[in-house]
Design a protein around this ligand. Structure first.
Ligand code: FA5
Length: 335
């Protein structure tokens, strides 16, 4: 009997498995567990078995019955979940997946790269952990010079620091390439500045450098005019005011005519008609000397400012701290 029951167990499992509809499953149940079913027939035989065999056979039959019931119930549930009422309704509208967007700083950086690429500038990258030499010394900040205090630094020891500006990439590029050259770099910078509406300890800068024969302030103005006009989608004028950086001489503070009012004065430009953006100047001959460029033959300009500042101006954002906060309600507004 044991062997026969084993065989029957296999048959029941196969029949339940093979059922594709509720009707087929019911037919399998009737075939094995119905009044005249194969398993029921074994229960009927139980009475005619010798007394000593009855308990073992009874236990085997009960186990098989329980297994069969469980198999049938499980299969019924499976068929139920793919029954017609639960089947895929192709007329239902699809679920929307929220897709990611570019961070506003990435949008501005990409736009800036595209504009400068179209003006034949290379895009160069440099390390964020810098040596004192590239961050300061080669840029004409002598050791202990007070100009270093203009940029509060995170020192790492061994003469290394987190770069305070992207200007070291100028030096690294000039070391590797002979003039003429045109490059920009965009990347993270670090200063131990307290956070406020316009400062964060980590921020991004864009830096540009162009070196050739007879480069002058007119070239700088021309390139910047093209850049800001394209970025702000409005023809702008460029204004230079005297400034100071150790690595440029003369140095200027760059402003462009307000992209909102066109220069007539509005709340965005605080009624001045101009928006200050950052520093620039003609590369100091001392910088060329430290790289080994002939400063009698080559001249060049450099410029640099905050990407956050550009984004704040372009999108009308009044607090720089919104950029690193990663609040999706803020980030979701930029295309
Ligand atoms: C410089 O860093 C120069 N390297 C720029 C330069 C390059 C001048 C080439 C001449 C030629 P400055 O320290 O002013 O300059 O910083 C430039 C810009 O970086 C600032 O105008 C500001 O937009 C941004 N910036 C500086 N510190 C912070 C800060 N803590 N948080 C946010 N933005 C900052």
């Amino acid at each position: 009997m044991e062997k026969e029951l084993e065989k029957l167990a296999g048959e029941i499992a196969a029949a339940v498995n093979a059922a594709k509809t509720r009707e087929e499953l019911e037919a399998a149940r009737v075939k094995y567990l119905g009044k005249k079913g194969a398993l029921t027939a074994f229960f009927d035989k139980l009475g005619s078995l010798p007394k000593e065999e009855k308990p073992k056979a009874g236990a085997l039959l009960n186990t098989l019955r329980k297994k069969a019931d469980a198999l049938l119930a499980e299969k019924a549930e499976g068929l139920e979940s793919c029954s017609e009422s639960n089947a895929l309704d192709a007329t239902l509208p699809g679920r929307n997946f929220s897709t990611g967007r570019y961070h506003p700083l990435t949008i501005i950086s990409n736009e800036a790269k595209e504009i400068f690429k179209s003006l034949n500038f290379q895009i160069i990258e440099g390390p964020e952990i810098e040596s004192d030499y590239y961050n300061f010394e080669a840029l004409n900040f002598p050791p202990h010079h007070p100009a270093r205090d203009m940029q509060n630094s995170f020192h790492l020891g061994n003469g290394m620091l987190l770069r305070t500006h992207t200007s070291p990439v100028q030096v690294r590029t000039m070391e590797k390439q002979k003039p003429p050259l045109r490059m920009i770099t965009i990347g993270k910078c670090y200063r131990s500045d307290a956070s406020d509406q316009t400062h964060t300890p980590m921020f991004h800068q864009i830096e540009g450098l162009m070196v050739d024969e007879n480069i002058n302030f007119g070239d700088l103005k021309g390139i910047l005019k093209v850049f800001f006009s394209r970025l702000f989608e409005r023809e702008v004028n460029i204004r230079f005011n005297p400034s100071y950086f150790p690595f440029t001489e003369p140095s200027v503070e760059v402003s462009f005519s307000c992209h909102v009012c066109g220069g007539s004065g509005c709340s965005v430009c605080k009624k001045t008609g101009w928006i200050e953006i950052g520093g620039a100047g003609m590369v100091d001959p001392n910088v060329f000397k430290s790289i080994g460029y002939d400063s009698e033959r080559w001249t060049g300009f450099a410029f640099g400012w905050g990407i956050e500042r550009l984004a704040m101006i372009k999108y009308g954002i009044n607090d720089i701290r919104l950029f690193p906060e990663n609040d999706l309600r803020f980030l979701g507004q930029f295309e």
